[in-house]
Design a protein around this ligand. Structure first.
Ligand SMILES: *[C@@H]1O[C@H](CO)[C@@H](O)[C@H](O)[C@H]1NC(C)=O
Length: 164
């Protein structure tokens, strides 16, 4: 009788704990319904070229009026491209990205938050974060920048001596 009582006493905190964990998991999965999807592999760009950093909200809802942030956490200021209330905010940007970043306005209507980066520089290489504060979702893109510009490598390939 005593041992049974002790057993119950020991069991109940465990039960309570597992119930709480279950509740937390349930709460989490109900709240976090949206997901940002980034590329599974690094994106490779050439110096002087343009590149798209992919970022897609699933399920694809309209994010046009939401705050959207593309950042590089290793920079200061870290902002690469920021939209607030449907407008591109230029003031908080890192100066290196001035006038080189674009989002696809029509694509925002179905959750495509991809960023276009033009005139790629070697210093653009790094890890980018795509973030929607309202939904607390984020994804990451690693950008690798090739050493040679496209035109230089073409010239090099064209004039490469062939043995004959
Ligand atoms: C997002 O938009 C860009 C630019 O139009 C496009 O290249 C990309 O494929 C789109 N992504 C998805 C998942 O539709």
């Amino acid at each position: 009788m005593l041992s049974l009582k002790n057993g119950l006493l020991l069991q109940s905190p465990l039960k309570t704990l597992s119930f709480l964990v279950f509740q937390l998991l349930l709460l989490h999965s109900c709240r976090g319904q949206s997901l940002l999807i980034g590329p599974s592999q690094p994106i490779v760009a050439n110096v002087g070229g343009d590149i798209i950093l992919p970022c897609q909200l699933e399920p694809g809802m309209d994010v046009f009026d939401m705050t959207l942030e593309w950042t590089r956490p290793d920079l200061s200021p870290e902002f690469v491209h920021v939209r607030r209330a449907g407008q591109h905010i230029a003031v908080t940007k890192h100066p290196s990205y001035k006038a080189r970043t674009f989002m696809f306005i029509d694509e925002l209507r179905h959750g495509n938050c991809s960023l276009k980066l033009t005139d790629v520089k070697p210093s653009d290489a790094g890890r980018y974060q795509c973030y929607i504060p309202k939904l607390s979702v984020e994804s990451f893109v690693d950008l690798v920048v090739g050493k040679w510009t496209h035109s230089v490598s073409t010239v090099w390939c064209g004039s490469h001596p062939e043995k004959n």
